[in-house]
Design a protein around this ligand. Structure first.
Ligand code: MN
Length: 747
């Protein structure tokens, strides 16, 4: 009894201390009403979470309090976000509803909490760790961001606190959460300009997914700290003297070590030793200059720095004149310090520094004082476009978006001098699409300083471009090969589809006229024609007619009975299915393959019994990689995965594609290659996979290959099985293993 009371008293003290901590993190300027709201939110959350505890055993309410503190202190968010942070888990975990929050606070706060709740539900800890689910999650985060950017900013704080307290979780959950953090949250933090949080995410993830390297580098940094400090002092001292004498404004100068994650990246990418990395730190000079003078003063400092230490001119980066699209502004240069060492120097104003560290949130604060072409607004518009584009399938989207998050950008100008920000590697055609989708679609040429450049010209910073349009111009498949932006890709695809529809429409017209001449009707014959000439659907037939790959004169060889067309008389060429020649002559391509004709059979998921045919366009044979494509008529065509039509079918009719595999009718043993993916270190997995396959199922393993990267691994294991059943057993067994998150058959 007493002990229980003691616990309650201890808990209350912990909670009160944490709350005081939050209050002292609030900016002094905060208004009385906002303070009352924060207190109200705290009380509401405290009661709601009353009985809950975190994995560590602490009272649950400590988590929302700390998330709110991070929002206030580390991200610099205002009262709305702080209140939402305090309430971020109540709808998810307690009896309080969105309406309750709206009633006690306001609509905006209710909306943000709702956005956070949805995210929470989607990040179910027990869900599969697959690429597409990751992508879906990513989409959801971005959608939430479009509702209100604060949703994602509070989510960042939430994830940050969860990462900081991850030690209480079981190891496999730590791995999953860490992997997801580096997959989704670090790039987003980067894009939102939350430099400190991004760095912390990366370092904390690495600490879990790549612990050995993490601790090795941490140790080396510690061992070399003293030397580094001495060196930094020898670099700064002479510089400080001149700055003190010549600068009219207060300034700060210090050396700052780079993050463990970024040092590790250098070691891995450049294949060098820790000892060989010269830029383990950067020197930062932050000047307290008024907005109007800050650019001039930064350049003055640059001039002083390069008077004292010799510069390497090609290392100059001016992010002040053209800020990065995450808002980052700074002047970077590399100079030769004492002992001939290269040292990076970053020069910026206090305001720029705040934006550099707090990104979006600080950017908001200064909005209005700044230029009108808001880089974030542009970015949000481009995210919205990507999300709304019906063509962007999940995986494409993820690829585009990840590169969009991480890549540097180029700055180019329209003839009027309007700035356009495009991802590095974007082409002249991407530029045309960035102006307007019709300008892109009708782009006939692009002029750079009055000279024509090819549409696939790769943009450079500062290019001023003019697009020449021509109404008769139409996008082609080729364009897809070189455009970089998701926007251009989806507009081109959309336009190609439109065009295809038009062409098919014209093909259909031709067919209708022909059938009219033959005095047969369309509706009762179309299915027959598709099937007889082995097209997958009417669209394909119409296109073939339009493109004159299918000659309508062929129809003359058909038998007419009343209004119906029938194959020619029995015994002549009834088994002929394919015509692709345009010379009007019937040309048998191949006999119709009936299921019973072929030695090899095809199976579908769950052993479903579908009628199928082998597609005449690619004639798959046993051993080919194949997939099934569902016809309008309900039958299935089996195509080779590398069939010339495959990409088109999958891209446009993905929902009609089904998995198909060859089955050998005999129960003769065959080899299957399984692809496994998961989170762990290679050697342990090899050990446990091979021992369970061989000892539990008695299977022979032919080969085993595994490739790991930062705690993820992908592996291929070849096993010999007698039949499908045995194979399924093996798959089930692997799926049940903790460290494996996905198992699939390779083709
Ligand atoms: Mn939370």
């Amino acid at each position: 009894m007493n002990e229980r009371k003691l616990h309650v008293a201890q808990d209350d003290k912990l909670i009160d201390d944490a709350y005081q901590n939050l209050l002292s993190a609030l900016p002094p300027s905060i208004e009385a009403e906002d303070r009352r709201n924060i207190a109200k939110a705290f009380q509401m959350a405290r009661e709601a979470h009353h009985t809950q505890r975190r994995k560590s055993g602490e009272p649950y309410i400590l988590h929302p309090i700390e998330v709110a503190r991070i929002c206030a202190e580390e991200i610099g968010l205002g009262p709305t976000a702080i209140v939402a942070a305090l309430l971020h888990d109540v709808v998810e975990d307690t009896a309080i509803s969105k309406d309750d929050i709206e009633h006690h606070f306001n609509k905006k706060i209710a909306l943000i909490v709702e956005g956070l709740t949805k995210l929470e539900a989607n990040f179910d800890e027990d869900q599969d760790f697959t690429h597409s689910i990751q992508a879906e999650n990513f989409k959801k985060v971005l959608r939430a961001m479009l509702i209100d950017v604060r949703v994602v900013l509070v989510k960042m704080a939430d994830r940050l606190h969860n990462m900081r307290t991850l030690g209480a979780m079981p190891k496999h959950k730590q791995l999953r959460i860490a992997a997801e953090t580096s997959f989704i949250y670090s790039p987003l933090a980067h894009r939102l300009g939350l430099y400190n949080i991004k760095t912390e995410f990366e370092d904390m993830s690495m600490k879990i997914t790549d612990a050995d390297n993490y601790f090795a580098i941490a140790q080396k940094l510690k061992d070399t700290k003293r030397n580094r400090q001495v060196y930094i002092k020898s670099f700064i001292d002479p510089l400080k003297e001149v700055l003190d004498a010549e600068l009219d404004f207060g300034f700060e100068i210090y050396g700052r070590p780079k993050s463990i994650h970024s040092i590790n990246n250098k070691i891995q990418n450049k294949n060098v030793e820790f000892e060989e990395i010269y830029d383990l730190f950067a020197i930062r000079i932050i000047v307290d200059a008024p907005l109007k003078l800050e650019k001039a003063v930064c350049w003055q400092i640059y001039s002083i720095v390069t008077d004292v230490h010799e510069p390497i001119p090609e290392r100059l980066k001016d992010w002040i004149t053209t800020p990065k699209s995450n808002g980052y502004e700074s002047l970077h240069t590399t100079v030769i310090g004492p002992g001939g060492r290269y040292v990076e120097v970053q020069i910026r104003s206090k305001r720029m520094d705040e934006i550099a560290e707090r990104g979006f949130a600080a950017h908001w604060k200064y909005k209005g004082e700044l230029r009108s072409d808001d880089v974030y607004d542009k970015w949000l518009v481009s995210i919205r476009e990507t999300l709304e584009s019906p063509e962007s399938d999940t995986i494409d989207f993820l690829g585009d978006l990840k590169s969009n998050l991480f890549n540097e950008e180029v700055f180019v100008y329209t003839p009027n001098g309007d700035l356009k920000v495009l991802p590095k590697g974007a082409t002249a055609l991407d530029f045309a699409y960035s102006i307007h989708s019709e300008v892109g679609n009708q782009c006939a040429g692009v002029k750079l300083e009055n000279k024509m450049v090819p549409l696939n010209y790769i943009l450079s910073n500062g290019d001023q471009l003019e697009v020449i349009t021509n109404k008769s111009q139409k996008p082609t498949e080729d364009w897809l090969k070189f455009v970089k932006t998701a926007r251009a890709k989806s507009k081109i695809r959309g336009s190609l589809k439109e065009r295809e529809k038009e062409m098919a429409g014209m093909g259909k017209e031709k067919l209708l006229r022909k059938l009219d001449q033959m005095k047969v009707d369309y509706d009762s014959n179309i299915e027959f024609l598709i099937d007889h000439y082995a097209f997958d659907n009417a669209m394909e037939l119409f296109l073939a007619i339009y493109e004159e790959k299918f000659n309508l004169n062929q129809l003359k060889t058909l038998e007419i009975q009343g209004k119906k067309l029938l194959p020619r008389k029995k015994g002549i060429i009834e088994k002929i299915v394919g015509f692709r020649r345009s010379d009007g002559e019937e040309q048998p391509i191949r006999k119709k393959k009936k299921k019973t004709d072929s030695q090899a059979k095809v199976t579908f998921p769950d052993n479903a019994d579908f009628q199928y045919q082998l597609a005449p366009c690619c004639n798959p044979v046993l051993g080919d990689n194949i997939f099934g494509f569902i016809n309008i008529s309900g039958g299935i065509k089996i195509h080779r995965s590398n069939c010339p039509n495959a990409e088109h079918l999958m891209a446009n009719y993905g929902y009609r594609v089904i998995k198909a595999d060859w089955v050998d009718e005999e129960n003769t043993p065959f080899t299957v290659e399984l692809l496994i993916e998961g989170l762990d270190k290679g050697p342990g997995v090899i050990e446990s996979v091979s021992s369970s396959l061989s000892s539990q199922l008695g299977l022979n393993i032919k080969s085993f290959y595994i490739d790991g990267h930062e705690g993820y691994f992908k592996g291929k294991v070849s096993i010999i099985v007698k039949n499908k059943e045995q194979l399924n057993q093996a798959i089930d067994l692997l799926k049940k293993m903790d460290e494996i998150h996905s198992v699939s058959r390779s083709n």
